[in-house]
Design a binder for this molecule. Structure first.
Ligand code: BG6
Length: 484
């Protein structure tokens, strides 16, 4: 089943922070793949800008290397790479000064979309936005893309929103949460709103609880200094897990457009109950004998930052009252596995006398690895010998369903960048949404800051701290396995 590729309008995309890690790992390889898929107009151009003092040819060599490193070999093609590199130019730019700005202004074409990807730290967002305005680089078709972290609390997020609003309208600001670009995350909306099967059951009458897991097997690697100031709550919960929760819990929007979808997500965040202290478990990984511990990796032996968090979240609205959402995320866990699991209620009565413990169905939306949807069903065990029941999975793996498509499933970033060019904000966070998420998360962080305690230890490669088991045990439930 080959995916349909609709080319976007012609564009000049400026990557500010063009020598950075995100540009090398995600943005440039993603753009290359979109070009190969036929989605980029023939003369769409990429202008990379950064502080680094390198020549055009040195930058091109760097891009070539990042394509070698981050594009699968079967998708690399010398001719296509040469074609891609021709589209790229490099400008030395000082985000806080004057150098490079006139050159940047002069290098942009009229009558094409201008998108500026701020692939830099949030402290540079406002100075960059101001300079774009000052050097008259912007027009109504201009878009800016900003990366997370969008602030570190409600106050800083508000300040950032206000600063950006001096230079841009809300419909020009694309706040990225790359989880929204993941294939399965969007499929969650298709599953819910394009099929009549699930929506009548999608409520607390039929759903016992929901588990949202984003487990990572890697540690904080080289990002210890950043991560130690953020912890799992700022790095993952306020944004990625919150978005997954919103898409799972929201009401059907009247139409699938940016305003309607984001209005519904905002209502979910506003319906979140303040979190109870004993409904949050924090953890920190210990060394597993072979590796290093979180305090080693963060370079802070006394750190009280969590590398794992599990929480029970309650939504106070008609649809969800009585159905808790359990969220967990952590680094150095058993496997890299992310999923949303909808655990339906058990059948109310068993007519099968030998099987009085019938289990509820579980609908699993798997984000990674092996993106897909799985529904566990109870059927009769095949063969003679009475009515014995067994559970089987009804499995739909998107990777397989789209397997013969030459371009495969696009990476979240490449999909989102194309949405920026199209001007489609459905999969981006609106300013009020980000603020509402911080407003919910802030009191939790404040409470930890006022009563600092060391998070519970867990072994690297495990399922997380034992205390997190209790979070569900006390409600008579258990976590799903973190398996591949
Ligand atoms: C990032 C976080 O936003 O998401 C990282 O800062 C995390 O700490 C990453 O590892 C996870 O993304 P993915 O797509 O690999 O699940």
């Amino acid at each position: 089943m080959a995916a349909q590729v609709i080319p976007v309008e012609n564009f000049d995309l400026v990557i500010i922070g063009g020598t950075g890690d995100l540009a090398k790992r995600k943005i440039l390889p993603g753009l290359y793949r979109r070009m190969c898929a036929g989605q980029m107009p023939e003369d769409a151009r990429i202008i990379a800008a950064a502080r680094t003092d390198i020549s055009q040819s040195e930058y091109i060599a760097m891009v070539k290397k990042s394509l070698e490193d981050f594009v699968k070999s079967k998708k690399r093609n010398e001719k296509k790479i040469a074609e891609f590199l021709k589209r790229i130019s490099y400008i030395k730019l000082d985000a806080l000064g004057t150098e490079g700005w006139k050159e940047l202004a002069g290098s942009l074409r009229k009558d094409v979309i201008h998108a500026f990807y701020f692939s830099v730290g949030p402290s540079l967002f406002a100075p960059l936005a101001e300079r774009l305005l000052k050097y008259k680089i912007t027009d109504d078709k201009t878009r800016i893309v900003v990366e997370k972290p969008f602030g570190r609390d409600l106050e800083s997020a508000k300040a950032l929103n206000e600063e950006l609003a001096h230079s841009f309208h809300e419909d020009q600001i694309f706040r990225i949460d790359h989880y929204l670009g993941k294939e399965t995350v969007q499929n969650l909306m298709a599953l819910r709103f394009a099929n009549a099967l699930f929506e009548p059951l999608w409520n607390s009458m039929h759903i016992d609880h929901v588990q949202i897991t984003v487990a990572e097997s890697l540690g904080v690697e080289g990002r210890g200094a950043y991560y130690d100031k953020s912890g799992a709550i700022r790095d993952m919960v306020q944004n990625h897990l919150m978005q997954l929760l919103c898409l799972t819990a929201m009401e059907p929007p009247a139409v699938f457009d940016a305003a309607s979808v984001r209005d519904e997500k905002l209502k979910v965040i506003k319906a979140l109950e303040p979190i109870q202290d004993d409904d949050v478990i924090r953890g920190q990984y210990r060394a597993d004998g072979k590796g290093t511990s979180y305090p080693d990796e963060s370079g802070n032996p006394d750190t009280t930052t969590e590398s794992y968090i599990a929480m029970k979240v309650i939504l106070s609205n008609w649809r969800w009252v009585g159905t808790p959402f359990y969220l967990r995320t952590g680094k150095k866990l058993r496997n890299r596995m992310s999923e949303i699991a909808i655990i339906f209620k058990d059948p109310p009565h068993s007519i099968f006398k030998d099987s009085n413990d019938l289990k509820g169905n579980v609908l699993t939306i798997r984000l990674q690895p092996d993106e897909g949807v799985n529904l566990s069903m109870t059927i009769k065990e095949p063969g003679p010998g009475g009515m014995r029941l067994t559970e089987v999975p009804l499995d739909m793996t998107f990777a397989e369903a789209l397997g013969d498509d030459e371009t495969g499933i696009p990476d979240a970033y490449e999909r989102l960048i194309m949405d920026v060019i199209r001007g489609d904000q459905t999969l981006f966070m609106r300013g009020d949404e980000v603020e509402a998420a911080w407003a919910w998360v802030d009191p939790i962080i404040k409470q930890w800051a006022e009563n600092p305690t060391k998070p519970a230890g867990y072994d690297a490669g495990s399922n997380g701290p034992d205390d997190s088991l209790m979070l569900l045990h006390k409600d008579g439930r258990r976590w799903r396995e973190i398996t591949l």
